[in-house]
Design a protein around this ligand. Sequence first.
Ligand code: 4AD
Ligand code: MG
Length: 485
Amino acid sequence: MFNKRTKIKELLAQEPAGQEVTVMGWVRTFRNNQFMAINDGSTNNNLQVVLELGKFDDDTLKRITTSASVKVKGKAVPSLGKGQKMDLTAETLEILGDSDAEKYPLQPKKHSLEFLREIAHLRFRTNTFGAVFRVRHALAFAIHKFFNDKGFVYMHTPIITASDAEGAGEMFRVSTLPFDNPPRNEDGSINFKEDFFGRSTNLTVSGQLEGELGATAFGEIYTFGPTFRAENSNTARHLAEFWMIEPEVAFNDLEDNADLAEEFIKYLIRYAMEHNREDLDFLAQRLAEEEKQLPQDKRSEMGLIEKLEFVLNNDFERITYTEAIDILLQSPAYKKKKFAYDVKWGIDMQSEHERYLVEKHFKKPVIVTNYPAAIKAFYMRMNDDANPELGHGPTVAAMDILAPGIGEIVGGSQREERLDRLEERMKEMHVPVEELWWYLDTRRFGTVPHSGFGLGFERMVQFVTGMGNIRDVIAFPRTPGSAEF
Ligand code: 4AD
Ligand code: MG
């Protein structure tokens, strides 16, 4: 059979004892017409193939260029060279696909991450992106394993929806109406009754509302799918299309919710440490080299592996929003006017504030709870704790988890299960009560306390791989002004 091949990862795990194998992959380097390093994506380690001088004709040797694809049959023997324990001495060699060395954009040298982003279709063939995307895969698998082992039901919530779960109005419209001449109502507005779904629809910003319907039947569900936000944020942490994991659990309060989130994040880190150590070691070294370019005070105190171990071995800090604001007000950064944005009770903390809390003050992940109701979504459970004397409005049972180097990695809450309170709040926030009749039905028929959260998958991959820009942990990033590939 054509595809009876041994993967390089499996081969390198064996003792070289003259066993005959067939290996296929892409050429990384070719030296002295004799030493060919090939990679097949199963591991970052290349296999050194040794071509005996004179055994292969010049035409074939000329075709061994960077990224040409090859099929080699040979014997695995102990290597005489340094840097690898095994060589494959080639008996037969077939070029499967040529690669024009003049035109191939990846050279066997260091390229900047920015340059590689422009050739995202080829960047998987580099060591860095090979490692990142194998880790991303492992984390995706671990997510399903974590929830499956706990008995959660995996729910596929719709991608096209008519609702705005976050109420933030950051949606991509889905429509088949003609742009140039859409049907109009008498008042000039667009008549969405004539649109494909007979109403105005958009890409989902979150599967939560539908997730709550599942949780109030199965008890425990999770979603894991793409979500879309038309927010014009050109940062290293925002994508217009990102993947989110949203567990939703009946009978859980805010503290149970925080416990689940902490256990989940630690499980994912541990899984990657146990299954992807080689790739993480490579990424740790990459990060250390990158940080050498930075001034001393901008470098991280811990290496990547150290950081991950530290997170595994320590409890997340848990504080309320009010305590977080107090810490910021007491901070030297605030007193020396180092923050660009003002600090007072009621603000939506900016990333500089979140970073101060996790990176300077606590130096570990922090779970912040009970945010002002005024800055949070309509579905969060209202606390009865307004304190007009201190100028504090009521808070909601929200929680954000802030991670070093990332900022917000999780957003979640206990949900408002009391129908009257929920309807009141929706009206206040101009959320269409009639359109969400199906959501409110859960509160009409056997309502229960319940909680959930959303983990941004790419931010989690960033945290585990140490990659500084979110565009480098998703294969084909969608950001304002960019949808190539
Ligand atoms: O805080 P968010 O907006 O919460 C929700 O969507 C809730 N419905 C979740 C829930 O309670 N079920 O988003 C959750 C997480 C954020 O903490 C962040 O990690 C990630 O999703 N996220 C983004 N990641 C990349 N690019 C963006 N534009 C993101 N917006 C949010
Ligand atoms: Mg949030």
